[in-house]
Design a protein. Structure first.
Length: 191
């Protein structure tokens, strides 16, 4: 009986490696279809992968496709599944936070943006959207800090400076507001 278990274990490992190679090729095909906006074809390939074998990246893509189809609950499920497989997968935390923010659940969004930032500190969009979530709950100081972090990591994004100007104006710091509005205008004029 023990030999039979070892044989089946070896067979599972070997077939798992073959399947992993197939998934790699399939991932290239899925990514190409998704990039070409052939969402239905990409989705059909994704659902052909056994549920227990889907990678966090595949679940992220499934969530993105669900978002494109306006199926927020399904997208939320896919992103959550991706983070349960890989808790450090910052892209899934970020996309999950975007759903929460869109659904007017800013506190949940804040928690998810913080996780995205924990696992990729330099991911400027997470800092920026964290600032937007703080604006929703009226915490101007934390919003300011998040926008400053976004502008630090991606200094050439005009919106980051515009929102910094907005927050500084709301905080009554006109000089700082003008400085960031000038940065915003300079970036816009250079584009």
């Amino acid at each position: 009986m023990k030999r039979l278990f070892i044989f089946f274990s070896a067979l599972i490992v070997l077939s798992g490696n073959v399947f992993a190679d197939e998934l790699s090729d399939m991932d290239v095909q899925i990514n190409s279809l998704y990039a070409a906006n052939r969402l239905e074809d990409a989705y059909n390939l994704l659902v052909s992968i056994p549920q227990s074998s889907r990678t966090p990246q595949q679940l992220l893509l499934m969530g993105n496709i669900m978002m494109d189809y306006g199926r927020m609950n399904d997208a939320e499920f896919m992103y959550s599944a991706a983070t349960s497989i890989n808790p450090k997968f910052y892209k899934a935390h970020y996309n999950l936070a975007n759903i929460y923010l869109a659904q007017e659940r800013p506190n949940m969004a804040i928690d998810s943006y913080k996780l995205a930032i924990r696992y990729n500190k330099e991911f400027a969009p997470a800092h920026y959207n964290l600032g937007c979530a703080y604006l929703k709950i009226g915490d101007l100081k934390k919003a300011k800090n998040a926008f400053r972090d976004a502008a630090f990591y991606k200094p050439n994004v005009a919106d980051y400076h515009y929102n910094l100007a907005y927050v500084y104006k709301k905080l009554g710091k006109e000089k700082d507001a003008k400085l960031y509005l000038d940065y915003y205008n300079k970036i816009m004029n250079n584009n």
